[in-house]
Each structure stands twice: as structure tokens, then as C-alpha cells.
Design a protein. Sequence first.
Length: 319
Amino acid sequence: MVNVCVIGCGGVGKRHLEALTKVKSDINIEVVEPNIERVNEAKELIPEFNNYFFGVNDLSDDIYICIVSTPSNVRKSIILNLIKNKKIKHLILEKVVFQNVDDFKEVIELLDKNNIKCWVNCHLRAQPIYKKIKSLLDSDEKTIFTYDCSTDFKLASSSIHILDLFSYLCDDEIVEINSFLSNDITKSKHKDCIEFDGNLVVKSKKGHKLYVHTSDREFVESLNIYQNTKIILSSEGEFSDERFGKIKIISDDSISELDVPYIWQSSMTNTYIENLIDNQKCDLPTLSELSKTHILMLNNFNNHLSDVYGEEVINCPIT
């Protein structure tokens, strides 16, 4: 039996916990959540589970997998505490990983020194709909991608997911991000955080391009892909218990459509855990792989905030 823990039992943390109860391997689940209201909400969702702690130091000393599902502004201190006081094999971090670009180098070096493997929960690349789309693309052809965000998941919430998906689909590294953001900075649903409206223009090393736009539609994200031989139109589908993404492939001589299941986090995290236990592999990007994209994005956002506020911003208040 191995120990698997979740730190932070808010909205996403509860979904991770729900998924852990579905893991087929023999695991011991532990949860850290200092907020008693969130603990009670989790107990209501999963009444059969009751292994909650109020601090990291209360966890077992030997942790095989730890999911850090906290706000980004406290994530670094939690990771440092874990490394100092516990033996960790694997970490899965929620995005946005950190708010300050300098934190990436420090944490990655410490993880490498302690031989800890670390992934970021940019889960779109693990979704069946995007795995299917990747199989349909001609990897040798320069491609244009467009992505519309919904009103519920704007650029602060969604950008790193979309950027990672772009890298995954075109098998390439992002080298340039240009942002065209509204000066109207809005409050996020997350405490002390903000949201952005506007557009991103992204370029990869091989010349693929991505255009991201915030739309006025609710709950529906859409990705369109343009190649010389085909156009692929897709959406993640309407929110429901049995959610299906939709793909339309348009070529010179045919049009075809596919429905592909969309997997909720509460049925996805368990697959990460089982794969790590059985194969020491994970469908998610590593922190090292995603750090450059994080830094490019955060520098764009911080430059915009510095212009709007009239003073230098180095900690981007997004999570």
C-alpha cells in the first residue's frame, strides 16, 4: 500500500479526492485542509472518507504521490515544507503553478536535487477528444489554431491550459506570446485573484500559430484548426454528467463528425494515480516542460498589469 495525499480540498481538490476513491490500486488516502467548512463539504460529497488533517506535518512521512491543489500564492511554501519534512516520490500541481516567475527555477532545482518527479494538471492533453484530434493532424504541416474561451473561464483561468494544449497538438515549443488585454481588470471567483479579457497571439518554434479570444458565450470552449488539407472544428460540449466533445473534420471531398466523451476531473485523476503506480508515467506535462510557457505567459500578464497600475508588478494575482 502507498500513501497518496491531497493538499487543499476546495473545488478542484474535492474532485481529486472523489477520483482517488475510484483508484483500483491499494492506496491510503490522506487530505490536508485547514478550513473546516471545506472539510464538511467534502464529507458531504464523500461521506465514506474521513482521513482529514489540518497541516502538512500531520501527513505520513513517506508519500508516494501528493496532489497540491491550493491557491497559487501559497503553493511554493507548501512544496518547500513537503520537501523539507516528508519523503515524496511524485508531485501533481494545480495550475497556475506560481505567481512569481523566479519561483520556477528555485523549485525545479530543489525537486531535481531530491529526485522528485513533478507534473502539472494541465489535463486537456489527457482528454480523449484532444488525443483524437492530435491523431488527425499532419505534424509536418504548419498549422493555425484558434481557441474561444467562455465567459466562465477567461484568460487568467484558461490560458495555461490552452497554451499547453497547443504545444501538445503541434508537438512543439512555444517561443512567443503577445497579449492584447483589456485595461478593465475584473475580479476572479477565486479570492484575491483577477481575470483578463482580450486576445493572445502565440507562435511555436516551428511556426505554428495560436489565436486565443475571450468570447461572450457561457460554458462552451471551442478549438478550430486549419491545415492545407483539412479544417477541424471542435467544442468540449455542453456541461452535463455525460458530456461529449464534438469534432467536425472538413476536407476537399468529405465532411465527417465525431462525438468523443469528455472526462471530468473526478474520473480522471484516478487514471493518473494508477499509471504512476503501475508505470511511473503520467499523461500530464512535467513542471520543467511547462515552466517556460508559464514564464512567457506571466511576463505578458505582469507587463500589462504594470502598465495599467502604473507600477511594477512581479506577482501576478491569478490561480
